[in-house]
Design a protein around this ligand. Structure first.
Ligand SMILES: Nc1ncnc2c1ncn2[C@@H]1O[C@H](COP(=O)(O)OP(=O)(O)OP(=O)(O)O)[C@@H](O)[C@H]1O
Ligand SMILES: [Mg+2]
Length: 194
């Protein structure tokens, strides 16, 4: 098995082993570390995710966004355009369905779609990260493809991208690939990186 795959399995096991209490504390600490950030406060549209596979839970942040009148979006897997994410609005009234990974997502209503480049802030999950702010995801390349326009020279600036993770997901150094999107920060239950 290759090294990336092995590392993914190891870290996914670590985060799945966190107890419900540890998960709840981490979510509260994450909220505290995010809410004071200038990039969060000025963002009017914010994309987040619903937690899966032991990922740090951003639901308290989602509720704060609603309270502050920010527009909240969730990623949706497009059934035909493989490997790219669409973003649909998420409110307490949104009808949810399960995607091929059994993760809940808003029902796909094409004309409600929000273009990825037009979001202010995207808070994305990850499997492993290092202190330099490098990110490794689940291996689908979904976020990398969706935001690849940011890596191009003269590309659009697009949204700020911030990775969210448990502190236990940090590794010494991550091998990065040319297609990996660069993040402006990674925020954990303990602190912000870099
Ligand atoms: N911009 C891109 N264009 C074409 N293929 C890409 C692009 N970005 C990533 N890929 C492909 O996607 C596959 C998975 O990439 P990678 O291992 O970096 O996923 P990841 O970062 O873990 O996943 P995700 O982005 O969903 O969090 C790779 O084989 C890579 O070739
Ligand atoms: Mg990647």
């Amino acid at each position: 098995m290759d090294k990336r795959k092995q590392l993914r399995q190891q870290i996914r096991r670590l985060r799945r082993a966190l107890t419900p209490l540890q998960q709840q504390q981490a979510a509260t600490r994450l909220l505290r570390n995010m809410r004071c950030r200038a990039d969060f406060r000025r963002a009017r549209s914010v994309a987040l995710y619903l937690p899966n596979d032991g990922e740090i839970n951003p639901e308290p942040l989602i509720r704060l966004c609603w309270k502050l009148g920010k527009q909240v979006y969730l990623p949706v897997l497009h059934p035909i355009l493989h490997n790219r994410l669409w973003f649909l609005p998420y409110t307490p009234k949104t009808r949810m369905v399960r995607n091929i990974y059994r993760i809940k997502e808003p029902e796909l209503i094409p004309d409600q779609r929000r273009a990825a480049w037009s979001l202010d802030l995207v808070l994305l999950p990850l499997v492993a990260f290092d202190a330099e702010g490098n990110r490794m995801g689940m291996g689908g390349g979904y976020y990398d493809r969706t935001f690849s326009f940011k890596n191009r020279k003269n590309g659009m600036r697009g949204p700020d991208l911030i990775g969210l993770a448990h502190e236990v997901q940090r590794v010494d150094q991550l091998p990065i690939e040319s297609w990996d999107i660069s993040l402006s920060a990674i925020v954990t239950d303990a602190k912000s990186y870099p």
